[in-house]
Design a protein around this ligand. Structure first.
Ligand code: E9O
Length: 595
């Protein structure tokens, strides 16, 4: 379960457990036998949120069992409330105990999970919260590790970003009313002419008869009474002279849901925008108008903190993206912290939201393929539930760079991994589209992968590096091949195309008169020539540079110092030449792509 984002109001309360926790490595797997959930002895101190890898000495590459513990009093005012624990993200597998009693477990990083703890809390004394986590690199996980795949690295993963582990996001306790409470709210925006509408679906736990939905924000209030049947109720709110959510004016409406019998039992508020997203044969459309997606693939990545939630860095990254003239971002390669989406809603930024399904392959045992598929579809449901009400989210990505084979390659149309892969990816796309008919869905393709897969996306997403990983050192030849592939793909599918990754490593401060690999000049030239090419193609609906900033990788021979240097900013967010170049290019109003 995910639950609505914790909220404090007259009927609900929250307690953010961020701070210094106890921490202990359990490399011998004795913790459960020795009942470490009854109290960690000889523990170290560690900050939550934050990846553990770089906080403490000697455990950078340690991905096996670890234990976290904190203690807290629970306010006596919470006595007649439901109490839940919510973990923002635990990478990868987590088990939770409260006062020594198991309350649940969860598989998969980067998505929140919630357990009821009503039966286990104590009053007038401290409550012990224990979380056991492990992040082993295994082939039956998403993303996969130890697959003997294309990336030869240590730790051995089928992707390059460092497998930062632990409690990367805050842990909360929160309450809801006992009698009945709002479990979920789904808001579907639309408009006709100048009249906006919000379809509000409310799900409760309990037996409240009635409720109210109140929409406000433009100085007026639109109210509708709702009646529950089987714990579900619907409102359809009509808003005259609607203020649409768009990039220039990301207008947000406040949606308040109230649950009541004779008295008010519960309430919950969220902010959302009214906008539509669609696709024609050339563009992604926001409110019916083509939008050219300028931006980046990113990572949640910062020295020492690792993948830990850091709001100052998150805000800074949006500032820098805006500084370059970008309007969009893909949450490569996992859903980001929830504050990221709340900020994008407010500032008017577009998000392609991606599950942690990176480097998937299909030349494996049926059992592993099925296991990973089950985990991926769960992740899709969890991401949808968490992020569905954000106007900033314009598309769902079900996978990054899946390949029929662990070692890349397209294979033949009839090869089993090609057939099975296409079927599994199509299934993921149909799962998310069944949940959400209001947003396009796609998977992000790797260069050299099967052409026959490309058409399953609503718009085609390509990661391409001709002139870097192939045609090494030869940008001109790389761009020629890129051109050929673009033209061929569009002719075949007649769907808009976004290049979701293109870029080159550059060591900040390394220069050459003629562009040469790893210099700032080469990176800039690579990006420039790709943009020059795609500016002339009206069906290219977006260009996302890989990457926004340099980021930590595992160790490998193409990762000097343990980093991927494809950032247009350094890891400490200083611009390289290409960041300045993009700023000029993407702010140039005479360029017809900058609509
Ligand atoms: C995924 C991203 O997370 N795409 C990779 C990025 C990279 O820089 C990585 O950081 O390595 C590029 C994949 C390129 C695959 C090349 C295959 C060549 C076969 C023809």
């Amino acid at each position: 379960d995910i639950g609505l984002f914790p909220q404090r109001n007259n009927h609900r309360n929250t307690l953010d457990l961020s701070g210094i926790w106890k921490f202990k490595v359990d490399s011998l797997h004795v913790g459960e036998k020795e009942s470490w959930f009854n109290g960690l002895s000889k523990a170290q101190s560690i900050a939550v949120p934050g990846s553990y890898n770089e906080q403490l000495n000697g455990i950078r590459d340690y991905l096996d069992l670890v234990w976290y513990e904190t203690e807290t009093y629970i306010p006596k005012e919470w006595k007649d409330q439901n109490i839940f624990i919510r973990v923002g993200s635990a990478v990868y597998h987590a088990k939770v105990w409260v006062n020594g009693k198991p309350v649940g477990y969860h598989e998969g990083g980067h998505l929140p999970f919630v357990f009821s703890v009503n039966d286990h809390v104590k009053w007038n004394e401290k409550n012990r919260i224990t979380i056991q986590i492990e992040n082993e690199m295994r082939v039956d996980r998403v993303p996969t590790g130890n697959s003997n795949g294309a990336f030869s690295s240590f730790p051995s993963a089928n992707y390059d970003f460092f497998p930062y582990s632990g409690l990367n996001r805050p842990v909360w306790l929160y309450t809801t009313p006992k009698k009945a409470y709002i479990k979920d709210i789904t808001v579907i925006p639309n408009y006709q002419g100048t009249t906006g509408s919000l379809d509000v679906k409310v799900e409760q736990v309990g037996n409240a008869k009635k409720g109210t939905v109140i929409v406000s924000g433009d100085g007026k209030e639109y109210t509708q009474e709702i009646t529950f049947k089987d714990q579900l109720a619907n409102a359809k709110i009509s808003i005259p002279n609607v203020k649409l959510w768009d990039l220039e004016n990301p207008f947000l409406y406040n949606v308040k849901v109230v649950l009541k019998d004779s008295d008010i039992i519960d309430s919950y508020e969220l902010e959302t925008g009214i906008r539509t997203v669609s696709v024609n044969n050339k563009s992604v459309l926001l409110n019916g108008k083509p939008v050219y997606l300028k931006g980046f693939g990113k990572h949640e990545d910062f020295p020492v903190i690792g993948r830990g939630q850091t709001n100052p860095v998150m805000i800074k990254d949006f500032e820098l993206m805006k500084w370059t003239g970008a309007n969009s971002v893909r949450t490569s390669h996992y859903p980001y912290d929830e504050e990221f989406y709340r900020t994008a809603d407010k500032i008017g930024f577009l998000i392609i939201d991606e599950i942690p399904n990176v480097g998937m392959f299909f030349d494996d045992s049926d059992q592993n393929i099925e296991t990973r598929q089950r985990i991926s579809s769960n992740m899709l449901k969890e991401m949808y539930t968490r992020d569905k009400n954000h106007p900033s989210v314009i598309s769902w990505s079900v996978a990054n760079e899946p390949s029929p084979f662990a070692k890349f390659g397209a294979g033949k149309e009839t090869d089993k991994p090609v057939v099975v892969g296409k079927q599994k990816l199509s299934e993921l796309i149909s799962i998310i589209k069944k949940l959400d008919s209001t947003r396009p869905a796609l998977y992000v393709s790797v260069m050299g992968g099967p052409e026959s897969w490309l058409g399953i996306s609503d718009y085609i997403a390509m990661n391409r590096y001709y002139g870097w990983y192939t045609n090494v050192g030869n940008i001109k030849e790389g761009v020629r091949i890129m051109k050929e592939e673009l033209e061929k793909t569009y002719a075949k599918y007649n769907k808009p195309i976004i290049i979701t990754e293109f870029g080159a490593d550059a060591q900040a401060g390394m220069h050459s008169d003629q562009p040469e690999m790893f210099t700032e000049e080469y990176q800039k030239e690579f990006i420039k020539q790709y943009l020059d090419l795609t500016d002339s193609k009206d069906y290219v609906t977006g260009m996302h540079v890989w990457n926004f900033a340099d980021f930590k990788t595992g160790q490998g021979i193409i990762r000097f110092g343990g980093f991927n240097y494809k950032g247009v900013f350094t890891r400490d967010r200083r611009p390289k030449a290409s960041a300045h170049f993009l700023r000029e290019r993407w702010n140039d109003k005479t360029n017809k792509k900058n609509y």
